[in-house]
Design a protein. Structure first.
Lengths: 116, 114
């Protein structure tokens, strides 16, 4: 069974550019969540996708957008990059959209984004 | 609304001594609570979770946590620390109807000394 994978592992961009991060969910999981972890902080929820539809969003501006594909892999897109977008971006998958709040989320290793 | 407070940003213990990492939570509903560990340059790994069953929860690598509703706490313990336990630990809360959104604490860095 393959776990959650993310690509690329590291990325360097300049302010104003756009970036796409990718995530493959664990086999059998239909829900993907994205989190931003700034240096020295806990991860912050960006949004969640369930069966290709956005299923909840945190306090992030619209320039953070996402997609989920029929195979349940996912992309996170960030437009007009700002210096404060520098962070570790984590993807997590779970077997259901978790309306009970009890489902375990399985995390990938993350993509380290640096904005110069 | 839901939140967690990790009461110590850094904890240092000697190898072989007990570990206590403290966490208090706030939730409008019956919460699920988790502890995740993050080793350097690695993803988050689930240690244990509480989902309204037994209040004493056992996890991997000898860790356990006790849910205390009256104190709104979910402290993580281990009887004997090992060098490999050195990592960042996150207390996490999730609530029903929240779309399985996880809310993380700010983390506790555990240092284990010889």
């Amino acid at each position: 069974e393959t776990g959650v994978t993310q690509s690329p592992t590291h990325l360097i961009k300049t302010r104003g550019q756009q970036v796409t991060l990718r995530c493959s969910s664990q086999s059998g999981h239909n829900t993907v969540s994205w989190y931003q972890q700034a240096l020295g902080q806990g991860p912050q929820f960006i949004f969640q996708y369930y069966r290709e539809e956005e299923n909840g969003r945190g306090n992030f501006p619209p320039r953070f957008s996402g997609l989920q594909f029929p195979n349940y892999s996912s992309e996170l897109n960030v437009n007009a990059l700002e210096l404060d977008d520098s962070a570790l971006y984590l993807c997590a998958s779970s077997p259901n959209r978790g309306t009970s709040g009890t489902d375990t989320q399985y995390f990938g290793p993350g993509t380290r984004l640096t904005v110069l | 609304a839901q939140s967690v407070t990790q009461l110590d940003s850094h904890v240092s213990v000697s190898e072989g001594t007990p570990v206590l990492l403290r966490c208090n939570y706030s939730s409008s509903y019956s919460p699920s609570l988790f502890w995740y560990v993050q080793h350097p340059n690695k993803g988050l790994q689930l240690l244990l979770k509480y989902t309204s069953a037994a209040t004493l929860v056992k996890g991997i690598n000898g860790f356990e946590a006790e849910f205390k509703k009256s104190e709104t706490s979910f402290h993580l313990t281990k009887p004997s620390a090992h060098m490999s336990d050195a990592a960042e630990y996150f207390c996490v809360v999730s609530s029903p109807g929240g779309g399985n959104k996880l809310t993380f604490g700010t983390g506790t860095q555990l240092k284990v000394e010889l």
